[in-house]
Design a protein around this ligand. Structure first.
Ligand code: PA5
Length: 449
């Protein structure tokens, strides 16, 4: 495998018997997931998706990506939460650090920019300015089709498309990813003949990156999505069958729950590469929505190193001892740069001449694990061979599988998110959406009391 789990820094935090003690419960949780005997098992279509997806649709995604590449300088991807974070994470992970801001004449593929993931008017204003008079297309992604943020953004960018290209040609630049049958967007597809893709019923937002939700933006940006799916398919074979002793995703689920039960209630996902920042944003939704309910669950947070060692590092070293850390470590970063020889030592780093930045980064990683474990923070490491599409496919599956097992292990339904829906309903009521009058009334009564 290209992904491996390393628990060696847990020696002072977990006794050898603890893994054996949790093993029967862990295997039960795994069986619930793999055999579909757990609660809400109809929502685990992502589990077999890498090997069992709609091949005709997959080809249409590739064709749509080619079309966008040929007629657009910018692809605006509209979506929020699970309809946004996976694609953003994958694009950052797979492209160079400045892919979003590379000028058109220096790029082979369209600039992919995300919208509809906040309610900021300034953001949309600035994005419209950035697009300027360049050709663009829109991929609007929403399973429900009723989420406020993407709905507003879609209205704005559809209007821009119509103004620029006219009603008929605008339709050819709109790609819709939504539910197979339900929702406002599906109706718009039927009415306007937009090219459209399906978010399968059994796949919730946070598990959707390998379905059209993630695949179209990823393919449009020039990534080989066959390679991505192959990594995930091999991971499916591996993680759904291998026993605990060989299975890093199960080990991850086991150790983070052993630690959670000792009071390490907050997990920080960390990296040493800036373009992994959104890996953590994606993982925070995956873990937070999967496990944070019934008044329990590990609180997922993130830090980006070495940057945050100069800010959050103080808290991690000496603050409350309820933290555990999981480092996602890239074994072979795509590039490296030498520390230059200058012939003087005014900056005091002559001793690093002849070394590379990746070497220094590696030493930072080793030093932090030593310091933080000495400071009472247990550390786990997820090693990833490289930043290829294949490795990312495996890494996505590793976390999806590990976190879902973890939820069952902790007696939690991994696949609902009633808390997210609460906020959406309240916002509809406060904004005066038709059909939410009773809730609005109830909120007003509660506020007056
Ligand atoms: O997991 C969730 O339910 C949310 O994060 C959703 O993915 C997000 O709210 C977007 O929902 P939709 O795709 O229906 O617009």
């Amino acid at each position: 495998t290209n992904v491996s789990f390393d628990e060696s820094a847990l020696a002072n935090f977990v006794e050898p018997n603890e893994l054996n003690e949790i093993k029967p419960m862990l295997n039960t949780a795994r069986d619930e997931l793999v055999n579909g005997t757990g609660v809400e098992s109809e929502m685990r279509e992502w589990l077999t998706l890498p090997k069992d997806y709609d091949k005709e649709e997959f080809d249409r995604i590739k064709q749509a990506a080619k079309q966008i590449q040929s007629d657009s300088k910018v692809l605006v991807v509209i979506g929020i939460g699970g309809s946004y974070l996976g694609a953003k994470m994958a694009l950052d992970f797979l492209h160079d650090n400045f892919y979003e801001s590379t000028p058109d004449d220096q790029r082979d593929f369209p600039q992919v920019i995300f919208a509809g993931n906040s309610i900021s008017g300034s953001y949309v204003h600035d994005l419209v300015k950035l697009i300027g008079d360049r050709d663009f297309s829109v991929n609007v992604i929403s399973k429900s089709g009723t989420t406020t943020e993407p709905s507003i953004a879609f209205r704005i960018f559809r209007k821009l498309l119509v103004a620029k290209y006219g009603e008929d040609d605008a339709k050819k630049r709109i790609y819709v990813t939504t539910d197979a049958k339900n929702g406002a967007l599906r109706k718009e597809v039927a009415a306007n003949g937009y090219e459209s893709f399906v978010i399968p019923d059994g796949i919730g937002g946070r598990y959707s990156v390998l379905c059209p939700v993630g695949l179209l933006p990823i393919a449009a940006s020039g990534v080989d999505i066959d390679e991505l799916m192959q990594g995930a398919a091999d991971a499916q074979d591996f993680y759904t069958t291998k026993p605990l002793t060989e299975n890093g995703a199960l080990q991850y689920a086991a150790y983070r729950n052993i630690l959670y039960r000792k009071g390490y209630t907050n997990e920080i996902l960390e990296n040493y590469e800036p373009n992994l920042r959104f890996l953590a944003e994606w993982w925070k939704q995956l873990a937070g929505e999967t496990e944070g309910k019934d008044n329990k669950g590990i609180y997922p947070s993130s830090a980006n190193f070495s940057t945050d060692l100069h800010s959050l590092g103080q808290y991690i070293q000496q603050g409350m001892r309820n933290l555990m850390e999981t480092v996602v470590k890239i074994e072979q970063p795509p590039f490296d740069v030498d520390v230059p020889k200058t012939g003087d030592n005014g900056d005091g780093i002559e001793y690093l001449e002849g070394r590379t930045m990746n070497y220094v980064n590696e030493k930072a990683f080793e030093s932090v694990i030593l310091a933080h474990t000495n400071g009472g923070v247990p550390n786990m490491v997820v090693n990833v061979k490289d930043q290829s599409a294949y490795s990312l496919g495996e890494l996505i599956y590793f976390f999806e599988f590990g976190i879902a097992v973890s939820a069952y292990l902790n007696g939690i339904n991994p696949f609902n998110q009633p808390g997210v829906e609460d906020y959406k309903k309240n916002m509809f009521a406060l904004l005066g959406k038709p059909g939410y009058e009773d809730l609005k009334h109830q909120i007003e009564i509660n506020a007056a009391a």
